[in-house]
Write a protein that binds this ligand. Sequence first.
Ligand code: NAD
Length: 288
Amino acid sequence: MTAQLIDGAAVARQVREDVAKGVAELLAAGGTAPGLATVLIGHDPASEVYIRNKRRACTTAGMADLHQHLPADVDQATAAALIDQLAADPAVSGILLQLPTPGHLDSEELLSRIPDGKDVDGLTVANAGLLAQGRSGLRPCTPSGVIALLDHHDVPLSGAEAVVVGRSVLVGKPMAQLLLERHATVTICHSRTRDLAAVCRRADVLVVAAGIPGLIGPDAVKPGATVIDVGIHRGETGLHGDVDTAAVAEVAARITPVPGGVGPMTIAMLLANTLTAARRQQGLVDGA
Ligand code: NAD
């Protein structure tokens, strides 16, 4: 079997176009353009690239780019004061604190200052709690992008066996909760899971977010499964994921490539969250 490649770039483009339409509708209804405040602290090269892409996508969708950059040696109180200022600013619909922050800062404390309604990364304790309880809130971008990809390809989730490899707060845990919300039977694997391949072979839908290049090979994949590779690793020959894509494509029915799979969806869902946040703040019914 040679798997169908799931084209994340194409689905992300569609989401971004829908968001741009939503922004135009918001303006036509007398609202104001959503504003996204990305906050970068220091000069981590990967973070600079991510932030640049997020800012570009934001303006392309018709949103205001309200980016803030703080020096690497900024103290906690100054960074906290900036978040508080953005939290109080009505022009700011969403705040995204780019992680990781420099080691001397307490990023959890900074995140806790972001109002739940402006938490477009879905990382505050309140939004995580709403997700855990299956209640409406802003969802983390990467896992909600994975759900959008699965939906776009009509992958059945209700009653399906879903296995998530990784249990991070950013990806693995919310991914498992979103799959559970869609009535999948969910198993979470992590660094202490015994016989990872055997557990993964149960999956109709396998989502891999372990941060280990090539962790998942064909021995860990059920024939006909849908395999979503969240991992991103920069190697000498370009970007790679956590899945041995070429070998697994011989077993799976569908697979996301790296690059061009989950990555583009993360930014698209950030824009969707920012539009949702702006609509709610402006008292308009959330159509997202
Ligand atoms: P993380 O390091 O915070 O978490 C990794 C998880 O994998 C942990 O829960 C750990 O228990 C588990 N793990 C580690 N070794 C394992 C093993 N041998 N077997 C099973 N589980 C194991 O990483 P993260 O933030 O969740 O990110 C995971 C990957 O996804 C990274 O490569 C990251 O770069 C990538 N990522 C991509 C996007 C995107 O937009 N595509 C977004 C976020 C993260």
